[in-house]
Design a protein around this ligand. Structure first.
Ligand SMILES: Cc1cc2nc3c(=O)[nH]c(=O)nc-3n(C[C@H](O)[C@H](O)[C@H](O)COP(=O)(O)O)c2cc1C
Length: 201
């Protein structure tokens, strides 16, 4: 398999900062009808440097960075407790683009978690209570029973976020915008320390 990439991206056309450039490319990804344009790979490492990666959904971004929500006691949550740094990759292959972020990670405020949790479908809210994310469990039936039990506990009332569930903010040290080009001579432009740098492909 071999795909030749086409595109052009240069110091003239890139925005003056990572945030504006990300907003432009994210809008392009949505406009292009990519499946789950807000899906991003999240790489973490534990305190011994053992890496792991998985997909999470971007739920917000602004000058501070990129936000996603998860279980704080999951593998990624444990990794981030011991080593609060991460890398994100937006894999927009159909556009021959990727955006790569790396930076420090911190939890968002409880208010921000509550605000987001409130707009999730009730089934997913109960799922957050039911699932001991990343733990080995006995069966699918156990999981469904825990979900039913959570539903019974909350009855018809609102479901609060579990204490072990919430958002993380990845505050970027660097953000790379990668545009595929012919002959593997891709464009790689990176914002770091407020400076724009070009990297070899
Ligand atoms: C498209 C997609 C989006 C996902 N989004 C999230 C998410 O936003 N938060 C989350 O906790 N898990 C999400 N998951 C599940 C994770 O990939 C992963 O299985 C889970 O978080 C457990 O990861 P861990 O054991 O490495 O902590 C998503 C999976 C896919 C395929």
């Amino acid at each position: 398999m071999r795909t030749e990439y086409e595109g052009q991206f240069d110091e003239e056309s890139i925005a003056g900062n990572w945030l504006d450039q990300f907003a432009t490319w994210f809008a392009d990804a949505i406009e292009a009808g990519l499946p789950e344009p807000n899906a991003m790979l999240l790489a973490t490492a534990d305190a011994d440097g053992r890496p792991s990666a998985r997909t999470v959904l971007l739920k917000g971004y602004d000058q501070r960075g990129f936000t996603f929500f998860t279980n704080y006691e999951s593998r990624k949550g444990r990794d981030l407790a011991g080593n609060p740094r991460a890398s994100l990759v937006f894999p927009w292959y159909h556009l021959h683009r990727q955006v790569i972020v790396s930076g420090a990670v911190r939890k968002v405020s409880r208010e921000e978690t509550e605000e987001y949790f409130a707009v999730r479908p009730r089934g997913a809210q109960l799922g957050a209570w039911a699932s001991p994310q990343s733990s080995v469990i006995g069966s699918r039936a156990d999981l469904e029973r825990w979900w039913e039990e959570a539903g019974e506990r909350f009855g018809d009332g609102p479901v609060d976020p579990p204490p072990h569930w919430g958002g993380y903010l990845v505050a970027p040290d660097e953000v790379e915008f990668w545009q595929g080009r012919a002959s593997r001579l891709h464009d790689r432009l990176r914002f770091r320390d407020g400076k724009l740098e070009r990297l070899a492909p």
